[in-house]
Design a protein around this ligand. Structure first.
Ligand code: FAD
Length: 561
């Protein structure tokens, strides 16, 4: 049965750092709920390891942080947004400290900071290699103190809109299988990334890009989607992340000839060059036969000493032993690149506003864009807290001056009918192989290195998968905890996103940041210093618009490290 379950002034979809931070900023006089498809502490934010950037030291400067971010982005970041984020960073870190985050410390008691890729100064604040967990615990405690309602295990399927204004969301209550509407005057999406587009990813199974696809289907454009980050160091097999903090602390990368090969790719910064450069270097070493069988190179931490490894990198010490049976104090660790982060997402301005009235987005699901073509390590946690807060501020302001629109009940009927029809399909192909084929296609054809031929093949393959998906079905016809049904819906979201990523990658005939075209190896500012925005047209096909990149103080230059 479909019904409107609850009404709020503001709802936040996503209980990761961005969502929690947004909810904490919503005016306490307004009613607010956070909705999450999993228990909040299972959000991916909790897994963040290495750090959060802020120019805290008197010798450092937020403008240098902004410059590093913009150069790291290969000049695609909107510079006003990057400046806003970097200037706000020290306030964010001290706010978290005052709320209770246990950061690691320097001997004099100040917050410890380490080097991270592409940064001209060691400015990643950290809590050992469990920074996400430390930050998350703090926000979770604050949310309990503020008595914020969290609707756990509610799976959002669609946005309810009336013309160009948001009215709430339609969810599946996972425990009961009921399709319910949650009405709200303002809706904030903080639904995280889409790592499940790829086979090799550091992301968990829940990162299926739902929010991006839902917004896209509701007509809100997705921006910069062709830029997908591959993290250089993940453990082969499960692709568990080995934090950049390891290289920040001084770890070396070696090929099978025992050469510190980064000297050939980024002479100055070596292992702490930005991620796009290090990932491409590793892939090149492997492709040219200087990797190890099984496709990896070695990360050597031994010279850092047992104390640093066991205390500042304790989690990856455990991971290497648990997943590979390798003690990094004694042996180098095998590593290979894996999908890690989506630079693109729901197009917003620097105050988290979208083109849909009353609808905001923040965190990894959004593209502000502060990361442009390549995000610097330790800038995402910062992004979640800076723009999560802005989403909360703007949503509150909006609700205070806007009565909202009535929840359209046909939004509920549409989703209920879809599920009913799906449960009545018999003899249909299971969707599992379709999802797997999509991830394979993205991994082999829309990965670190790209070219027109493979991108076209990928697009054809995805369109074929889309057709198969229309006819596919589910096994479990029950109501209670039907994860088969959820997997089916998520697969549909992934197909939409795969199409957008691949189309953007095909159209962008240049190499910039994480988007490396072997057939167009150079950056082309004449033609491509622009953002691509994709939304569906009236026939459901992709339509592209372009937006200029905001340039304030930093003229695009060649990017050398
Ligand atoms: C292993 C790892 C380590 C990292 N380390 C760092 C680091 O050290 N520094 C750094 O800056 N960045 C790091 N990152 C990146 C950073 O952690 C993430 O980009 C960031 O935490 C994302 O936060 P978020 O709040 O946007 O989303 P998430 O934390 O991913 O939360 C998403 C939320 O949305 C909810 N949701 C999604 N879809 C639905 C739906 N359909 N219905 C209801 N709810 C839904 C989920 O339940 C979840 O609560 C790391 C990432 C990974 C994978």
């Amino acid at each position: 049965m479909a019904e409107i379950l609850q009404r709020y002034d503001v709802i936040v979809i996503g209980a990761g750092l961005a969502g929690m931070r947004a909810a904490l900023e919503v005016d306490p006089r307004l009613s607010c709920a956070v909705i999450s498809k999993v228990y909040p502490v299972r959000s991916h934010s909790v897994a963040a390891q290495g750090g959060i950037n802020a120019a805290l030291d008197p010798e450092d400067n937020w403008k240098d942080h902004a410059f590093d971010t913009i150069k790291g982005s290969d000049y695609l970041a909107d510079q006003d947004a990057a400046e806003l984020m970097c200037e706000d960073a020290p306030r964010v870190v001290y706010e978290m400290e005052h709320w209770g985050t246990f950061f690691s410390r320097r001997p004099d008691g100040r917050i410890a900071q380490r080097s991270f890729g592409g940064q001209g100064y060691p400015r990643a604040c950290y809590a050992a290699d469990k920074t996400g967990r430390a930050l998350y615990q703090t926000l979770f405690e604050q949310s309990v103190r503020r008595n914020i309602t969290v609707l756990k295990e509610f799976f959002v399927m669609s946005l309810a809109t009336v013309e160009d204004q948001v009215a709430g969301v339609v969810c599946l209550e996972i425990r009961t299988g009921a399709v319910v509407g949650i009405a709200a005057k303002a809706v904030i999406f903080a639904t995280g990334g889409a790592g499940m587009l790829y086979l090799r990813t550091t992301n968990p199974y829940i990162n299926t890009g739902d929010g991006m696809a839902i917004a896209y289907r509701a007509g809100v454009a997705l921006k910069d989607m062709e830029f997908v980050q591959f993290h250089p160091t993940t453990l082969p097999g499960m692709n568990v992340l080995i934090t950049e903090g390891a290289r920040g602390e001084g770890a070396y990368l070696y090929n099978r000839d025992h050469e510190r090969f980064m000297v050939n790719y980024a002479e100055k910064l070596m292992e702490v060059a930005p991620r796009d450069i290090v990932s491409r270097a590793i892939e090149t070493e492997i492709n040219q036969g200087r990797g190890f069988d099984g496709g990896y190179v070695l990360l050597d931490l031994r010279h850092l000493g047992e104390n640093v490894i066991k205390h500042r990198l304790s989690e990856i010490y455990d991971f290497a032993i648990t997943y590979k049976g390798i003690n990094p104090v004694q042996e180098p660790v095998p590593v290979q690149p894996g999908q890690h982060y989506m630079m693109g997402g729901i197009a917003t301005n620097k105050y988290a506003e979208t083109t849909l009235v009353g609808f905001y987005a923040a965190g990894e699901c959004a593209a502000v864009s502060v990361h442009g073509a390549n995000r610097l390590g330790a800038n995402s946690l910062l992004d979640t807290l800076v723009f999560g807060r802005w989403a909360g501020i703007q949503a509150s302001k909006f609700v205070q001056s806007n009565p909202g629109v009535e929840f359209p009940t046909e939004a509920l009927r549409t989703q209920s009918a879809l599920i009913r029809e799906l449960k009545s399909r018999h003899g249909a192909e299971p969707y599992g192989p379709i999802r797997r084929a999509l991830r394979e296609t993205m991994t082999t054809k829309v990965g670190t290195f790209r070219d027109a031929e493979r991108l076209r093949q990928a697009l054809d393959a995805i369109e074929e998968l889309e057709e198969r998906y229309q006819r596919a079905g589910i096994h479990d016809r029950g109501d209670i905890f039907n994860y088969d049904l959820i997997g089916f819906i998520e697969t549909g979201f992934l197909i939409d996103l795969g199409k957008v990523v691949t189309t953007g990658a095909l159209m962008r005939q240049e190499s910039r940041g994480a988007h490396a075209r072997t057939d167009y190896p150079h950056r082309d500012d004449q033609k491509f210093l622009i953002h691509y925005l994709f939304s569906p047209n009236s026939r459901g096909q992709l339509s592209k618009t372009e937006e200029p990149v905001v340039i304030t103080h930093y003229e695009p230059k060649e990017r050398k490290y």
